[in-house]
Design a protein around this ligand. Structure first.
Ligand code: IMP
Length: 190
């Protein structure tokens, strides 16, 4: 029987990316679409862990929760852990305005995955993707701040101008997932 992981997120964009990567590695997935409490914290690890414990109380073990954020160097890491709130309030256009006339445009996405299970407790995996903030939004793919993020590992296109597979080859989320998959393969082989 194939191993199976249930992904808890309210964000269809995250689910699409995570599902594609896990499935392509032979891991069966399920989607629990629900909004979990996001505590206020500077640490994505703390936020993901809190959400995972909450989710496990409701749905049992074998759950994967991801928390992520966009950290802009010239804004001292803002919006970071507050990315989803900032996105819902000012979106890509608002962030571009904050970056008007700012020449230092380096930024990175960080992804923290928390896998919680009865047998192995809480396990965290992280991934980071370096890039720069575009001068204006470009592209229609992906979600969130994808239209204004140009990954350094790419060819100058924003994440939103890439296919799902192209983004998944280099994104913060895919890197955290690869860490997770290595670990998960080792525990499911036993
Ligand atoms: P959370 O992990 O649910 O707190 O949401 C993180 C927020 O960061 C999302 O709502 C997006 O605005 C942003 N974000 C995280 N990962 C990505 C990504 O891969 N592309 C674009 N925006 C992202």
């Amino acid at each position: 029987m194939k191993a199976s992981v249930r992904v808890v997120t309210n964000n269809p964009g995250k689910w699409r990316e995570i599902n594609e990567i896990l499935t392509s590695h032979g891991i069966n997935t399920g989607w629990i679409r629900t909004k979990l409490t996001e505590i206020q914290s500077e640490s994505l690890e703390e936020i993901a862990t809190y959400s995972a414990i909450e989710a496990a109380k409701l749905h049992g073990g074998g759950l994967l929760i991801e928390d992520s954020g966009l950290f802009i160097d010239s804004l001292n890491g803002f919006p970071g852990p507050y990315s989803s709130y900032v996105y819902s309030r000012i979106g890509c256009i608002g962030l571009i305005k904050l970056m008007k006339n700012v020449s230092q445009r380096s930024a990175y996405f960080l992804s923290v995955i928390c896998y919680i299970s009865d047998a192995h407790g809480i396990n965290l995996f992280t991934g980071r993707c370096e890039g720069i903030i575009a001068d204006e939004p470009r592209g229609t793919g992906g979600f969130g701040f994808d239209p204004i993020f140009i990954p350094l590992e790419g060819d100058g296109r924003t994440f939103a101008e890439m296919s799902l597979d192209e983004k998944n080859a280099i994104s913060h989320r895919s890197k955290a997932l690869r860490e997770f998959i290595n670990w998960y393969s080792s525990i499911t082989k036993k």
